[in-house]
Design a protein around this ligand. Structure first.
Ligand code: SF4
Length: 310
């Protein structure tokens, strides 16, 4: 067996920042630290923090008044921010700056009177937060067929934005259809799909065709991880999205395969290493690391923690 270990893979700058924020919050303030939604969409990460005293909630009335609350990497709507203030919660905002960028674009378009077509997945935390910036201005679009069903008068003021973790190819197809139907539509100055999502997809696109099996480390509710598995499948390769070594079924392999391994932006490197070790032990696998592009992006900690550090 030969393993191709794809790079970049795993944690992005936004996830690193969010995890460091929760680590530091637990160290400085002690447990419990409440977190609105999962800090990042990864079972291993969430379980580790749960054991250390993080309490993940989906509603703010589950948080005692005055407690410390962390907003996850996916961002929140102004309504949640206001609810937190009303409950006098000590909020720490670990929203990824690349998600905040989309929120600011949404506000700008809404202020200028645009109807905003948000390309994204219904119910995803990031989508809920972004649409909450201007609920009346947004229409969610999930597919080219959704675009075909839209009805606007000729010359309507339209803009589009996208979720940060989409498939680049799917988003481009939807944007092309939007431009075809509504030539007046405007978009963001710089595209919203983030560098980490793009780079991880580029690596899979480059090497999946040389593999017999693709393993994507990531949780089922991780949008960018799911897109990696879909992309591999589109390349005609068997793809498995797994949380970690416990989900890896040796029956998937004969032992002579080339296996491409990658990881979504919220999957820790430890689960990649554990899977590589398992395949090494079981199938005598050799490992070749390949890098499609270097990443050196870093996001500073939230203001609230920087102030405490003084
Ligand atoms: S995947 Fe992209 S948008 Fe999401 S946290 Fe990472 S860098 Fe930020």
């Amino acid at each position: 067996m030969k393993i191709i270990l794809a790079s970049p893979r795993g944690f992005c700058a936004g996830v690193n920042m969010a995890i460091e924020t929760l680590d530091l919050s637990l160290q400085r303030f002690g447990a419990p630290v409440y977190v609105y939604h999962e800090i990042v969409h990864n079972r291993y990460v969430v379980e580790r923090f749960r054991k250390q005293g993080a309490v993940f909630v989906d509603r703010l009335d589950e948080v005692p008044e005055g407690a410390r609350l962390l907003f996850s990497a996916h961002g929140i709507s102004p309504e949640i921010r206001a609810q937190a203030a009303a409950r006098k919660l000590k909020a720490i905002d670990a929203t990824c700056p690349l998600v905040t960028k989309v929120h600011l674009e949404a506000l700008r378009f809404a202020k200028q009177g645009y109807t905003i077509l948000l390309i994204g997945h219904s119910g995803h935390d990031e989508v809920v937060g972004t649409m909450g910036e201007a609920p009346d201005a947004f229409v969610l679009v999930e597919s080219p067929e959704d675009v075909d069903r839209l009805e606007f008068s000729a010359g309507a003021k339209l803009a589009y934005l996208t979720q940060t973790t989409l498939s680049v190819d799917d988003a481009n197809r939807i944007i092309a259809r939007l431009k075809e139907r509504f030539p007046q539509i405007v978009g963001p100055p710089k595209e919203d799909i983030c560098y980490a999502t793009q780079n991880r997809q580029e690596a899979v696109r480059a090497w999946a065709p040389q593999a017999d099996v693709v393993l994507v480390l990531g949780s089922q509710n991780s949008s960018n991880s799911q897109r990696l598995a879909e992309l591999a499948a589109e390349c005609g390769v068997r793809a498995h999205l797994i949380d970690g070594p416990d989900d890896l079924d040796p029956a998937w392999f004969h032992g002579d395969e080339t296996v491409l391994i990658t990881a979504g932006a919220s999957a820790p490197e430890s689960v990649v290493e554990a899977c590589v070790e398992l395949l090494r032990g079981r199938f005598n696998a050799t490992v070749e690391s390949r890098t499609v592009r270097e990443e050196d992006v870093y996001f500073p900690l939230p203001r609230e923690l920087r102030v405490v550090a003084k």
